[in-house]
Structures are given as C-alpha cells and as structure tokens.
Design a protein around this ligand. Structure first.
Ligand code: ACO
Length: 431
C-alpha cells in the first residue's frame, strides 16, 4: 500500500475516499481518532479489526499502560509504588473512586468490605455443594457469582448509586469467600466461615487452610506477598475479561451477571490460565539439562510457546514481572525454594539472550513467576485463575461503574459478511 502525505496539519488526519474523491479531516483526540467522524465520510464501511487489536472501545481514566516503555499506572500512581507501599483494599478503593482514601475513608471502606464477607447459607449448602465432586473451582466460582444476582434483587437498580455501591462492596468482599469455598469443596474439606477480625488476605488464607485450630493466623509475610500479587492483578485496562465486563454491562445487566461473564473470560488459558501453563511447562521440562533442547523446540515450532513469555501490549518488559520476582524471593525464604525455580531462571536467561525472543520482543510476563509463588504457597494449580479473579474484581467493577457513568452505548459491533448469498430453502426429503 502506498502512503502519501497530503498536507501537514498538526493533530489531525485527512482521509480520502478514492471512489468519490471526497476528503475529511479528523482531529486526533487523546491519541485516537473518532470512528463516528470516519463514518461521516464512509457510512456503511466497517473497520475490520478481529481481536479489537486497533480499536479503542472506550475512554477510560482508570489505568494507564505504555507497552513500549513498560509503564503501568493505576489512576496515575506507578504500579511499583503501589506494590511497595499500598494494600489491595486501598488499591481497590483507588480504582473505584479515583483517589487514594483518607484515613477516615479507608476505615469505613475496610469495615464495609470486612462486614460483607459472609455468603448466604443457600449459596454454600444448596448451590456449591450441588457440584460434581471433581468440579473445577473456577467453574464453581463463575456459577456462584452469577447465582448471587438471584440473592440480591436490588442489584438490578444499577443507576441507584446506593444500591450500586452496596453490590460493589458485596462482590469485593465475597469473592475470597466463594473462592475458598470452591477449593474446600473440591478437596472435601468443611467450609470455613470468614473471620472478620482478620485483614483481607489473612482472612482468605484462613478460609483456605484452617483445619482444627480455633483461629488461623497466616504467616504475615505470606499474607503480604499475596496482597502484593493482588495489587499487581487488580486491573490491566481493556483486557479480555474487562472487555467482557463492559460488553455485558453495556446491556445494563446486573453487576453479578456481568462479573460472572468477566470471570468466565478469565477462565480461558489465553488469559487467566497462563500461570498454570507455566507450571505444567516447567514440570514437563523437568531438569536443567532439558532447558536448551526445549528452547530449541519452541524456536522450531514443535515445542509450543514459551509459556509466561510475550504480551499483546508489553513489548519491552512487563513491570509486574519485575516486582513479582522480588516477591518470589520473599515467599521462597519462608516456604523454601520452589524446585522449578532454577529451570525458570535458566529458561529466562537463555531466552533473554536469544535473537528469536529478543527480535520478537518476548519478555517474561506477570505469569512467568506468579504460578511458582502460588505453588510454593500451597495453592493447587486449579486455583490459579481463581486467585486472579479475586483481585481483578476491583478492576472489573471500576470499569463497569465508569461505563455506566459515561452513559455508553450498548456494545454492538458490525461484521463483514462472508457467507452465502440468498438461496431457497430445500425440504429435507429433497436434499
Ligand atoms: N513463545 C514463543 N514464541 C512466541 C511467544 C511465546 N510465548 N509469544 C509470541 N511468540 C511469537 C509468535 O510465534 C510470533 O512469531 P512469528 O512472528 O514468527 O509468527 C510472534 O512471537 C508474535 O506473536 P503473536 O501471537 O502475534 O503475539 P500476540 O501479541 O498476539 O500474543 C500472547 C501475545 C498471546 C501473550 C503470546 O505472547 C503468548 O501466547 N504467550 C504465551 C502465553 C502467555 O504467557 N500468556 C499470558 C499473557 S499475560 C496475561 O494474560 C496476564
């Protein structure tokens, strides 16, 4: 395709329909151009963009991401500072409200979330316990979140701010309870009720691991490491699950139904399942001697992809991966080193100095190390996407709320039809 500069006008683009010779100048706004403006020149001509790779589907002020520079900020705050100094609950408040809370606001927020952690007994007894004995905990979580909409009928009042806030608090508070309940069911252990004297991640660890002791006190360093992981996973702008949240939310479905849709999107191995794939890959490699042959097989195409490497947006490095490496050290000091770590380190070292990976800008992403940490902390592989869904709920809800406040349109993309032309129905006996 030949590119011709027609004239230089700052901050705008001019397009010409060569069929008619008509031109239109469209200003750049916030780094993009309006497709509605484009449509004035080309009505009925659709952008063909599978995977929405070149489409900005909304304006958002929640998360800023620069994939070339490896920058990630929530509401303007660098992820490095938040991971170092903040807590998941504070970050959830920030994502949802736009600013960090004052001490008084934080007290109220923490109290509200802590006091909405219980789930209706029917959710546990009738619903969760009705699953097949080997049900995947993520499938259970997706279904249980959707089922919550039948318990909170006021959730349909999505433009009633008081009701909306109540559902947001309920969802953030109940996700760990549902997640732990799904795990306990899948291993045949009795359900543990939330302990409201505990902080968010300590409470979750208590619901996961408590056995006969009257109170489960998680190792503070492990609870903090989980909190850091939750901060890193709290939002990532318009990823697949957040887009699902916005799309379903755009029909004005209640937030439980929209969150269930987002969690379902996260369930897929291309999204929330990558850290599980990393562990399976490292286990298959098995020893340091097999690392080089494995890399060779990836390069020649027979070994599949190097899981935990590459990212649709980050093309220099994933800032979350750098933070997570340090968190891994903190966790391994307590749990002992994950035996797969050495294989991971060698893989990383070889890949980062190999032209195949560097020329394609493939660097470790957040999932390369998160699975090693979760495994060292004792979480089964099936819980990995569930551990992702708990904190991402804050991001999903922040985007859902932003979308409602923007009075956005229902999501309804167009298609390029490539099927048959009109043809007449043939009765079954005549085919
Ligand atoms: N290992 C080996 N080669 C890779 C990898 C990888 N992990 N990722 C991309 N490539 C290669 C592709 O084969 C392709 O090569 P080619 O140009 O010779 O055909 C090139 O790099 C570009 O790949 P695309 O698939 O076009 O890149 P895209 O941006 O669409 O994919 C993705 C990003 C899906 C994350 C990809 O890098 C991947 O599959 N990684 C492994 C899975 C993974 O770690 N996912 C977690 C993502 S982070 C998250 O969801 C939280």
């Amino acid at each position: 395709m030949q590119r011709k500069v027609l004239r230089r006008v700052a901050d705008s683009i001019t397009i010409t329909d060569n069929r008619t010779g008509e031109s239109l100048e469209i200003p750049f706004e916030n780094g993009g151009i309006s497709a509605a403006q484009w449509g004035k020149l080309l009505p009925g001509v659709w952008f063909y963009d599978p995977g929405l790779v070149s489409t900005a589907a909304c304006e958002s002020s929640i998360t800023y991401l620069d994939g070339d520079e490896g920058i990630l900020r929530y509401r303007g705050y660098p992820i490095e500072q938040l991971a170092e100094q903040s807590t998941y609950l504070e970050v959830a408040y920030l994502l949802l409200n736009g600013d960090l809370p004052t001490p008084a606001e934080y007290d109220v927020w923490q109290h509200e979330v802590t006091h909405h952690t219980f789930i209706h007994e029917n959710v546990r007894k009738r619903f969760l316990e009705g699953f097949h004995y080997d049900a995947h905990p993520m499938g259970m979580l997706v279904s249980a979140v959707a089922a919550l909409s039948t318990f909170y009928l006021d959730a349909k009042d999505i433009f009633d701010i008081e009701s909306r806030n109540k559902q947001i608090i309920r969802l953030i508070a109940k996700m760990p309870t549902l997640a732990a309940a799904a795990h306990r069911f899948s291993v045949g252990m009795p359900f543990v009720y939330p302990d409201n004297s505990l902080k968010f991640t300590s409470n979750f660890l208590s619901m996961m691991w408590k056995t006969a002791e009257p109170r489960f006190d998680a190792n503070p360093a492990l609870a903090r490491a989980l909190d850091v992981l939750f901060i890193l996973h709290a939002d990532h702008e318009q990823n697949c699950s957040t887009t699902a949240m916005r799309v379903v939310g755009s029909s004005h479905a209640d937030p439980y139904s929209a969150t269930a849709a987002a969690a379902a999107a996260l369930y897929g191995p291309r999204h929330g399942g990558a850290n599980e794939a990393v562990i399976r890959m490292l286990t298959d490699i098995g020893s340091l001697d097999n690392v080089e042959p494995f890399i060779a097989s990836v390069k020649e195409g027979s070994g599949g992809r190097l899981q935990g490497f590459g990212h649709r947006v980050y093309k220099s490095y994933d800032p979350r991966a750098q933070i997570i490496k340090k968190t891994a050290d903190d966790v391994f000091e307590i749990t002992g080193k994950n035996p797969l770590l050495d294989i991971a380190l060698k893989l990383e070292e070889i890949a980062l100095s190999d032209e195949y990976f560097t020329s394609r800008k493939l660097y470790p992403n957040v999932d390369f190390y998160s699975g090693l940490i979760y495994q060292a902390m004792g979480f089964p592989l099936e819980m990995f996407p569930v551990l992702f869904a708990i904190p991402r709920t804050a991001g999903w809800l922040a985007h859902w709320q932003e979308m409602l406040d923007q009075d956005s349109k229902i999501a309804r993309p167009r298609q390029l039809y490539i099927g048959d032309d009109a043809r007449d129905y043939v009765p079954i006996g005549a085919r």
